[in-house]
Design a protein around this ligand. Structure first.
Ligand code: GP9
Ligand code: MN
Length: 430
């Protein structure tokens, strides 16, 4: 079994993309604050409904000179949804072909993941989340990832109208977590998992005055309301970051974990996006899987909107390089989005893919330029096959690494293995 690592390592080394020297370490020693925008898709950015911006604050961050934003960034989750996004971002490996890696392998697998890497670089690490710790088996998985603290629902007052479907409302999560955040030793690596913008996108009247559209599909209509609420939550958190002085010492990474509107509702959404619903097809569904990715460094002046194609698997090496941490000795399946050697073929978990010029859905190839199906021959056919091979290899190697728990045989130099028994997330009340 150990020998299977050899093939994986060969692939990972061949795939490795060296960082852009100008950006390497640009946020060195700063805090890392990750804001996981639940079910948040890229089309919300700069979108107006009835003349009103849905996400005015995020729009400002998106185009700010202090932010590197991406407009061709895709989620790559499978059935593990939020937990798949977390898997990719924390471990640099894909979620599983079926089910959730957190649920299936989170108890026992060996990881060489972001929390442990940052911990060993001198950071304190924590997750803030308004749902119960057991959801997606986080309480066990986080210990194996090496998170020092997990402030789950038990740390907050979630009574009455303070919480909704998946837990504490986002504004309260950001507000009520400050008392824990401010006691963390800096620099810290922390993650906020929001929940309010989650299907079925319901919200109490008192939490929003946003005037929803009227597509006839309640899910689509309400999505804009909860997204607007999420935007306000982030704005309020930023006010705290500014006031406390944390902003200027932090890199804030903001991303959408996956779609909120499923393919079956996309036709209702089409009208709002200026597309004739009758023309909506699989190609459009694939393109709609874009989610935001922003690296905001308050005070920084050289940010811009990047058009590079990439996905969630690419985030960890990108972030590590911005923070001045080499990713070279780790087994990660994505590459630094700022690297000239970054591969722009984005794998979906079901082996479909998107790239700057072509899109593949269910074996059908589309030209992005014409948005029409094509039937490649000759050199183009070979090129397309090469892209599919890249997608298959990445997913296959990642699956075999995780399913056979191969990292237990891999010992990157200078990395200390995580001992889950080092952590106890209880708030001492039970
Ligand atoms: C629950 C939240 C939602 O804690 O993270 O998970 P999802 O349903 O999006 O996978
Ligand atoms: Mn989610």
């Amino acid at each position: 079994k150990k020998s299977e690592l050899t093939g994986i390592l060969k692939y990972v080394h061949k795939n490795y993309a060296a960082p852009d020297k100008k950006l390497y370490g640009v946020a060195k020693k700063k805090n890392v604050i990750i804001i996981h925008l639940e079910s948040f898709q890229q089309f919300l950015i700069n979108k107006k409904i009835n003349g009103q911006e849905v996400t005015p604050f995020l729009n400002k961050l998106y185009k700010s000179k202090s932010t590197y934003s991406f407009d061709n960034f895709f989620h790559e989750v499978g059935q593990g949804k939020t937990s798949d996004a977390e898997t990719m971002l924390e471990t640099g490996t894909f979620g599983l072909p079926q089910g959730s890696l957190f649920t299936q392998l989170g108890n026992d697998n060996t990881f060489q993941a972001a929390p442990a890497i940052f911990d060993q670089a001198g950071y304190s690490t924590a997750v803030f989340h308004g749902n119960v710790a057991s959801f997606w088996n986080r309480s066990n998985t986080y210990k194996n990832l090496g998170y020092q603290y997990f402030f789950d629902a038990s740390y907050y007052d979630t009574s009455g109208d303070k919480s909704l479907g998946y837990g504490l409302k986002d504004k309260l999560l950001f507000n009520d977590s400050v008392k824990y955040l401010q006691h963390l030793q800096q620099p810290f690596y922390v993650k906020y998992l929001t929940v309010t913008n989650h299907f079925p996108f319901t919200l109490d009247k008192e939490d929003s005055t946003f005037k929803t559209p009227n597509t006839g599909d309640k899910t689509v209509d309400n999505y804009f309301k909860t997204a607007h609420y999420l935007d306000q939550s982030v704005k309020e958190f930023y006010a705290y970051l500014k006031k406390s002085g944390l902003a200027k010492n932090s890199l804030v990474m903001i991303y959408g974990d996956h779609y909120g509107i499923s393919n079956s509702s996309n036709k209702s959404l089409a009208k709002l996006l200026g597309v004739n619903p009758d023309d909506w097809d699989d190609y459009d569904n694939a393109q709609l899987q874009r989610v935001p990715l922003m690296f905001n460094m308050p005070g920084y002046k050289k940010g811009k909107v990047e058009h590079t194609y990439g996905g969630e698997i690419d985030v960890l090496p990108t972030l590590m390089h911005l923070m001045g941490l080499s990713s070279k000795k780790y087994i990660q399946f994505g590459t630094d989005l700022f690297s000239k050697e970054h591969n722009q073929v984005v794998a979906f978990r079901n082996r479909d893919w998107v790239s700057p010029d072509y899109t593949s859905v269910d074996g059908t190839i589309y030209s992005n330029k014409t948005q029409q199906e094509i039937h490649p021959t000759g050199a183009l056919k070979a090129k397309i096959e090469k892209m599919q091979k890249h997608v298959n290899q990445g997913l296959n190697f990642s699956d075999s690494l995780n399913q056979k728990n191969l990292l237990r045989f891999y010992h990157p130099k200078g990395f200390t293995a995580v001992d889950p028994s080092d952590y106890n997330y209880s708030d001492g009340l039970e």
